[in-house]
Design a binder for this molecule. Structure first.
Ligand code: ATP
Ligand code: MG
Length: 454
């Protein structure tokens, strides 16, 4: 009880700008400078040698503290973007929501941002719901710490001294596995509703519990996400889907009430009338790949998310007498026209999705010269992965991807022998039994009929 009260008083005192950070030495936090990427270290050193303050900040420090390999590195500095640009030959200023500098070094890109003032200033420009529209006002390091979202994200690591400057007790929160917002959660969500999504994502990824004060208002404030530009939501959803913990994140989002019309992409995922098994398999598959550091592509994932809509549309057209191939292309266009705009899927991703879909009917032709041509396609591997996933979900016969796998890896004579057999003829009794046991649902049976008929 007393501890609760103390924490309350303490937190209230902690939310205004803390000018005196706790200095956490390496003996306490354990992060050695060698664990920091060479590029991030170099950026800090060059900036410091030119008389500026410079620290590794944000996700990388947080992730290292919990033993996660950082995805990328952010550096915060007292230097202006122009100062930074002048110090690094391979750098450019980019200005989306605010001006930051990308410094390229070897294969890495380090995001360097100038200390920024807190957003609660009265003259900050907001929309009618309180969402901050511009926050490019530079500030002190303490202000920079306060405008960050969670206490565990406001940690500044100095590779020179190996100290962490901790402005909001982030090290202690991380030890207690808590994700705590800096300041008043409601005000911070109003300033930027995307913080609700970030909270869910970071919690799921790092196994941290969202502090009740940050968690409770989400349900009632969720609709603020409607005012966030579609492109920003799309970026955030991509981060979530490729965090390596997409399945956990999505379940958590559903629990927090952050779906139903708010996030069009989430509706596509969670409200699948037909391809639910396929979509979740695909997400599990993506999680495994991300965690094993294998390449993943948004095109592939979106192709799986929207596939069952395409199948249904394709089937209707074929029933109406359209030819297989043109019917598929028309179905693809119709689904993408409806979804791509709503989800803000970029043109490049749309191109990738179409390539994967368009190759699917070509897997049905296992005779003549066609298979030789198909395996030479640049997108063959992605299309085959997609085919296998369809089989795993019970939509099609597993014998088909098996046949292609054997064909792709065989020598010339073995290929000719494979061309003489049909994929299902080579199916083992065991596989047949497994397939029968799987019993696809009515919807997938219908889908199978449509794709096998092509
Ligand atoms: P990851 O890179 O693993 O997704 P991250 O926390 O590093 O996580 P970034 O988007 O790279 O996320 O942001 C870097 C830092 O910038 C964060 O750690 C946080 O301090 C700050 N930040 C990012 N987004 C916001 C936001 N919406 N509101 C306040 N601070 C933010
Ligand atoms: Mg980051």
């Amino acid at each position: 009880m007393i501890r609760k009260l103390l924490r309350k008083v303490f937190r209230r005192a902690a939310s205004p700008i803390n000018t005196e950070p706790a200095l956490v030495p390496v003996t306490q936090h354990g992060i050695r400078r060698e664990q920091i990427s060479p590029a991030a270290r170099k950026v800090c050193t060059v900036l410091q040698e030119s008389g500026h303050k410079a620290f590794v900040v944000g996700g990388a420090v947080r992730d290292l503290l919990v033993g996660h390999p950082p995805k990328d590195y952010d550096v915060a500095t007292s230097a202006t973007p122009e100062d930074v640009r002048a110090l690094f030959r391979r750098s450019r200023i980019i200005g989306r929501r605010f001006k930051i500098v990308h410094v390229m070094s070897g294969p890495e890109t380090i995001e360097v941002s100038t200390f920024r003032a807190s957003q609660s200033a009265e003259d900050t420009e907001t929309d009618e719901h309180g969402r901050v529209l511009r926050d490019n006002v530079y500030g002190s390091q303490a202000e920079d710490a306060t405008r960050r979202d969670f206490t565990v994200n406001a940690l500044y690591y100095d590779p020179t001294t190996e100290h962490i400057l901790d402005y909001h007790h982030g090290v202690a929160d991380l030890k207690q596995k808590t994700l705590r917002i800096i300041g008043d959660p409601r005000a911070r969500y109003r300033e930027d509703p995307v913080r609700m999504l970030r909270g869910v994502r970071l919690g799921a990824k790092l196994g941290l519990a969202l502090d009740p004060a940050a968690r409770n208002p989400i349900r009632e404030m969720a609709e603020l996400l409607e005012n966030v530009p579609a492109a920003r939501l799309f970026d955030e959803m991509l981060k979530l889907l490729f965090s390596g913990y997409a399945v956990r994140c999505l379940k958590q989002l559903r629990e927090e009430g952050l779906h139903h019309g708010l996030l069009p992409l989430l509706d596509v995922i969670l409200e699948q009338p037909m391809g639910e098994r396929f979509v979740w398999l695909s997400l599990e598959n993506t999680d495994e790949r991300v965690r094993a550091d294998k390449p993943v592509s948004p095109g592939f994932l979106f192709a799986t998310l929207l596939w069952h809509e395409v199948l249904a549309n394709w089937e209707t057209r074929r029933k109406d007498g359209e030819h297989t191939q043109p019917a598929l292309f028309a179905a693809m266009d119709e689904v993408l026209d409806r979804q791509a705009g709503k989800l803000a899927i970029t043109k490049r991703i749309v191109g990738d999705i179409k390539e994967i879909w368009a190759l699917q009917p070509r897997f049905e032709k296992c005779t003549g010269k066609a298979p030789y041509r198909l395996i030479e396609q640049p997108r063959y591997r992605a299309a085959w992965d997609f085919l296998r996933l369809r089989a795993q979900s019970g939509e099609i016969d597993a014998a088909l991807p098996d046949w292609w796998d054997r064909f792709a890896h065989a020598g010339h004579d073995a290929r000719e022998a494979l061309l003489a057999e049909t994929p299902t003829a080579g199916e083992s009794a065991e596989r047949k039994r497994r397939r029968r046991r799987r019993k696809p649902s009515a919807a997938t049976t219908e889908a199978t009929a449509s794709s096998n008929a092509s």
